[in-house]
Write a protein that binds this ligand. Sequence first.
Ligand code: HXC
Length: 257
Amino acid sequence: MSYVKYEQKDFVGMITIDREKALNALNSEVLTDLEAVLDSVSIDTTRCLIITGAGQKSFVAGADIAEMSSKTRAEAEAFSAKGNAVFRKIESFPIPVIAAVNGFALGGGCELSLSCDIRIAAENAVFAQPEAGLGITAGFGGTQRLARTIGIGKAKEMLYTCGKVKAEEALKLGLVNAVYPTDQLMDECLKLAGRIAGNAPIAVRATKKAVNDGIQVDIDSGIAIEAAQFGTCFETEDQKNAMTAFCEKRKPDPFVN
Ligand code: HXC
């Protein structure tokens, strides 16, 4: 039995963290299952991923506190490394990943959403980094990605106070891209994923890589990274197809992977 389900619809893959009884809390098994599902995704047939939590109440309520409670320092560091490896895989996944945040996104749940390219929240979404109240720091990249996403001051406020941030406030902070009524969340995420999947897939992948790699380096190096990705697109069928179609005032043929 796996704690992580995978469904594919057209070019969009949907990953569901399915441990509803524990509000989809991330124990070691869930992390292993999530990594296995990611490893099984075929880039030849998939252009966008959506990650969500099972049920109506929770995206992911954090790392599993019961599992963590008796860990030694070395075990805690190993657990952090395990989660970080999976979240880094999501962040650097070749295709865009959307977090469909359907309820609690606490601690490791907020961090999971931050490893995705885009966060879309349901009206019942609640974000927080409650770790300081549990006597620990964030451990799945929260101190790093939250600051990069919403700015250092607001990130520190969330991390130091453990305060809960509801969907509308998350939108104002730039923590999420959009908020929808809870029953429309998945349809809206599928629409967004469909719009991404409708563009040239190699160009989308090159764009993600340019943004992700460029953000790590100085502006001149970042521009060089972009220029190299731009160049590779000129060796694709999609570029020839789309630009020729524009010049001939017609729609391009369907894009290829
Ligand atoms: C383990 C969890 C859990 C968690 C919920 N559950 N969150 N189990 N780890 N993070 C379990 C509860 O124990 C309970 O199990 C069931 O899910 C339902 O939860 P309730 O508390 O009964 O529900 P409710 O009263 O509605 O409260 C929901 C909640 C609360 C506000 C989300 O569960 C909560 O505060 N959870 C912890 C949130 C948190 O602190 N997360 C950050 C963890 S630290 P039973 O068996 O009793 O029904 C972290 C660090 C990441 O994420 C980095 C690690 C390296």
